[in-house]
Design a protein around this ligand. Sequence first.
Ligand code: FES
Length: 146
Amino acid sequence: MHSMETQRRSLVGWLLGGGLTASVISFLYPAVRFMQPPKVPEASINETVAGKIDEFKPNSGTIVKFGNRPALLIRVNETEWRAFNAICTHLNCTVQFEQPTSQIWCACHNGRFDINGQVVSGPPPGPLEEFQVRIREDEVFISKRA
Ligand code: FES
């Protein structure tokens, strides 16, 4: 008898404890979610729509959002496209496309890359990370290389 009583009491205690834990979790969960918002899903993005084909002119470059980072989308001509991580490999400035030379230029320390992201001159220590460009119907998609 005595031990049944103890058992029942500990069961009640366990349930209460569990209930309390659950409510603490349900109370804290939104707060924790709020503190570290979309970082996780955003960082793991590996494909994005940059826009419609005719928003981009031949021999032009546009900075588009790729997850939480900038990408440089270059329309080389009617049919050729390139896309790179727009973060300079030197000190993380955002690079841009330079129309007259068709090069990629970093204004911070005059770093230059060619149309394939390879360093031409200046301090950048390595090439830009290249992304893949795919055209589906009239839309331009950028994705990470596998
Ligand atoms: S950050 Fe790009 S050249 Fe220095």
